[in-house]
Design a protein around this ligand. Sequence first.
Ligand code: PMP
Length: 375
Amino acid sequence: MIYMDNAATTRPYSEVMKTFMNVNEAYYFNTASIHQSGRKASQLLEASRKQIVELLGVPDYRCIFTSGATEANNLVIQSVLGRKRTYGRTVLVSELEHPSVLGVLEAMKNDGFRIKYIRTLPDGTVDIEHVRRLLDDDVIFITVMAVNNITGSIQPIAEITELLKGYPKAHFHTDATQAIGKIDMDYTGVDSLSFSSHKFHGLKGTGALVAKEPRTLSPILHGGGHENNIRSGTVNLPGAVAMARALRIATEQRDAAAGRIAGFNHKVRMALRDMRAIHLQPSGVPHILNVSFIGAKGEVVVNALGNRGIMVSTTSACASKLKKLNETLLAMDNERAVIEGSIRISFSGLTKEEEVDELITALRAVHEEIGEVLK
Ligand code: PMP
């Protein structure tokens, strides 16, 4: 099996699994227990928290452990909007966001918030001029992801930070799930960021919200008051320590891996470019390559590659079961046939050159096999 669906999830590093097992054995205690063993567990948790914010380049921010990016996005949106509603009701959101951002905001429309969508340029990045026009004193929250999960487009986070300097009331959140471990990004201008460990070779079910002013957050999960009363529930200490370990390895290897992966991306693009009825989306991070077989259905291409042992996705694993046209590709103004025929190939630092060569051979074979439907 050749795994090329790393934007959906990655294979955990073996060191990370060892860490997880070791912590489960040696520190299975509850971090909230006041006995000596509980205190040791709590110290380990704090050490991981510190390591995570340092690796992200925001040592003064607070890391709140969650079950993943979905929960972190829900937590920040619900709590900040709830608290700031007396100061304004406008929220700016890019059309490119993951459903865990768009869905919460859609639900909050009924609570009197005005949700304004930031337009997308054909290269898959948000239109910064449109952000400038949408900004006013009623804006309390703005959310733009760091890297898009469908095309890999890198968003202008630093430019947005600059624009927001005149609007201190607006909380700026970025969903950094597809950026962490892939590119070096400066998060010092954002008020909060969210991510999931399993996207950088950590384990599923662990993630975090990292916030500059944790006091502006309030819980959406009520209970025993863990995580400074922001996120109740016995903390997944082994998962948190494993996440810190995964982040350290991914960060150390990031630049060298990105160089190699850029080579893989280029090689696949070059091979596809020579084929008929192919549309390549503009590139962003090298880890993600989105290509359409015009005239075919993405699922058919995914299945044909699957029959040859190669695992890729149609658009994204989360949206593929919803059977609607992909919102990111729509926002970029792609034609229907391009959206319907699109697949996402995603590499990781564990991808090998021979696997890329096999992928190219399989892409050629599938292209030939479905040749008559291609336009
Ligand atoms: N945001 C983005 C950009 C993502 O790609 C994903 C994962 N598909 C999520 C949020 C949600 O992550 P999780 O399912 O781990 O909560």
